[in-house]
Design a protein around this ligand. Sequence first.
Ligand SMILES: [Zn+2]
Length: 536
Amino acid sequence: MTFRRAIGSVVIVALASGCESRAASPIEGAGASVQPRLVVLLVLDQWPEWAFEAKRPHLHAGGFDRLLAEGAWHVGRHPSAVTLTAPGHSLLGTGQTTATSGIVGNEWWHREAGKAFKSVEAEDGAVTAKWLRVPGLGDAVAAANSGAKAVSVSLKDRAAVLPLGHAGTAIWYSPRTVDWQSTRAPAWLADWNRARPIAFHLHDVWEPLDPAQLAALTGRHDYQAGEVGEQGFGATFPHALDRTKNPAAAIFAAPVGNQIVLDTALAAVDGEALGRGGPPDLLVVSLSAHDYIAHGWGHESWEAWDGELRLDQQLAGFLAGLDQRVGADGWAMVVTSDHGAAHLPELSGGGRLRFAQIEAVANTAAERVLGPGHWIADPKFPTLYLSEAAREDARAPEAIAAIVAALRGQIGIGRVERTADLLGNCGPRPAEDRALCLGLDPERAGEVVYQPARNWLFEDDDEPLATSHGSYYDYDQEVPVIELVPGRARHAALTAPDTVRVPIEDVAGLLAGWLGVTAPRDLPGASAVSTRAASR
Ligand SMILES: [Zn+2]
């Protein structure tokens, strides 16, 4: 803890001598003297600081060494307890936490519709940014009205849409149609879908690069307790896409899933003529397979190590591709993540808890107040929603109190509160309460908010996980932030992070500064909700 505090004081010193912005960020404004032609936000989905520090000494295929020879390596921190993909990507693009952005999870229960929608899913199933209450980086570029473009590419639709917000060109992978989809459907993308069909990869087999090296690096066999596989892949190598039930979905959990995103991102630079001069363009790239691989096998697994060794090679190619297109001095980049993850519970002394068990405990407690019935609409972490009938019952407050008490007694759950007790005025609250508060939206959150016990995970009956994320613990909140400023000089490749702690809510402002546009959270409309929610 002393170490942490010492680091904190370093940051504060840097801030006191820095800019007058309310953000008080150690990174904001860095490198603003040189304007790049292309600004890149590269998101490695589910990239815990602890896991990268373990792997960094062994990554020398060109990608990470180059990033760390041209960039600074800070430790970033997500401020809220909802360390999940959709809240994390909206935070990266908007600079606003869930309490203001309204993105309370990857999906959530909509009381007025009586069903759950995904974070970028409209009532009719279309992909939309309508649930995002605030502007993102795409909106910031559009508001500048300079002709600059904002483009994003990811396998996951939510990871492509949310950083941009309501404007720009978001491109994502559809396993249903096995091709790239977009909000704007540019002509070059149709050509790209024809020229480089993803179906070509559906018979790929993922074999380890070097089993002996993986055994040495992990100190373990390919199989270790807790590994479950992902998207139909088994626990051990080899992983053949066409041996899974749905090869088009399996591509989400194999290194080829990262490669096709990076290839498509470079195709977007060509297709949209990004970085050709004039005001800088924005490219957001989010690597979703990085997340699924860890979910299925854990960061300590052969698969995660093999995936990172391959990513190191893939990134080297991607950076060279950027050089070719916009010049090595033409692009600036932030590499970071939407959230971290827990250690494999088998190695950390944690455990796993099923949502069905949480729902059963909560419903039994509700029945003691309300009588027999099904009183839980949705138990989905991080908040539990009562059914409409339960909400309309005069005894609802008693039922909520009974649910809170019952869940507090459940092994694997670390914290349970009435949501109403944690809404609004987040800033002055104690650290864990503030993290919970920043993850809640007063209209959209369920009635009860809960967190796992340290090192515990929640999972669905039909989707067992090796590891997961979504809490306020360090392993979920801390992620690397590699900052390659415009006009940078090379240095020896870094082997460890520096002492600068970066609030992840400042990344959007940093990128906006490089782009020469107003930060998303300073745009009109950005704080419309925050006054009501009294959050931040
Ligand atoms: Zn994620």
